[in-house]
Design a protein around this ligand. Structure first.
Ligand code: X90
Length: 276
């Protein structure tokens, strides 16, 4: 029985050599160029191109066929998507699941709407791996994930909301802040998988402290943390330091955003997935 975890590329993960994890790319496009969010994408080049580009830019989620290709020859598939409230990724994964299961009645797909993105998707992926390693069945894991999602959260710190605003992914009130120099927006993924602004801070240090306070307000008590940053390792390290000062044994992993999250979180942005 072949198990596979399939994620869309907003999870900031790569396809593994043995295909036990497969990342399905979203696309970022301008009027001039299309960027496929796979392992070949040069994030630095894309970010610099986009910063210098003043035309229209946007993104596109995977189509049904892309998901079906990724399901491939696996028998049991866990499929994790970016929030269904901001992207069509979940819907196309659900259509792919129906097609796949009716073409292969002995196979099963469990589609998980992360109601989030980036590092919170990574937490879910790692949870699935842990449960499978502990010998849980496909059905047990699929059910346990829903429970696990109640204890995880996503926080963000953004220096610019321009791409989110231009693509209608934030409310007009939040969009208004886009482009105000020096203002950092701190927020969380809401329970319905949208951006919920929690604070506005002038300067990065204050923003990181504010994010840390939000973490504690959500009930953080030393659980696993995954930080994905877009060219802002300094901020990630500062937050990790604050966490470690209060919770010396907390596991904190730092990595970088891939294409989709880099496009929307923009340079200097930071996404934080936490276990409460
Ligand atoms: O289908 C598509 O084209 C993808 C659209 C994605 C839009 C939102 C991406 C957000 C990326 C920004 C901060 C964290 C937001 C968390 C909200 C749940 C990261």
């Amino acid at each position: 029985m072949k198990f596979r975890i399939v994620v869309d590329s907003s999870a900031d993960l790569f396809t593994t050599e043995d295909n036990s994890v497969v990342s399905v790319p979203l696309k970022i496009m301008t009027n001039e160029k299309e960027y496929v969010d796979n392992e070949n994408l040069d994030i630095k080049e894309m970010t610099e191109d986009l910063a210098a580009y003043h035309g229209k830019s946007g993104s596109a989620c995977p189509g049904v066929g892309d998901w079906l290709d990724a399901f491939g020859d696996a028998d049991r598939i866990f499929c994790i998507t970016i929030t269904s409230n901001l992207s069509g990724s979940y819907n196309s994964a659900m259509v792919a699941k129906e097609t796949f299961e009716s073409d292969n009645p002995e196979k099963k797909v469990c589609v998980i709407d992360s109601l989030s993105t980036g590092p919170e998707m990574k937490l879910i992926k790692e949870k699935i791996e842990d449960l499978l390693a502990a010998g849980k069945s496909f059905e047990e894991v699929c059910e346990a994930v829903t429970g696990y999602q109640k204890s995880t959260h996503l926080l963000f710190m953004l220096k610019s909301l321009t791409n989110l605003a231009n693509n209608g992914r934030v409310s007009p009130a939040v969009a208004k802040i886009a482009g105000v120099l020096g203002i950092h927006v701190v927020g969380i993924a809401s329970t319905v998988g949208t951006l919920e602004q929690k604070a506005k801070s002038r300067g990065e240090k204050k923003a990181i402290i504010s994010l840390w306070n939000q973490m504690k307000e959500l009930g953080y008590k030393g659980g696993k943390v995954i930080i994905d940053h877009c060219f802002n390792e300094e901020a990630a390290k500062q937050l990790a330091e604050m966490i470690k000062q209060e919770f010396a044994h907390a596991v904190v992993k730092i990595s970088t955003t891939r294409g989709l999250c880099s496009f929307y979180a923009e340079q200097g942005g930071m996404l934080v997935g936490i276990e409460c």
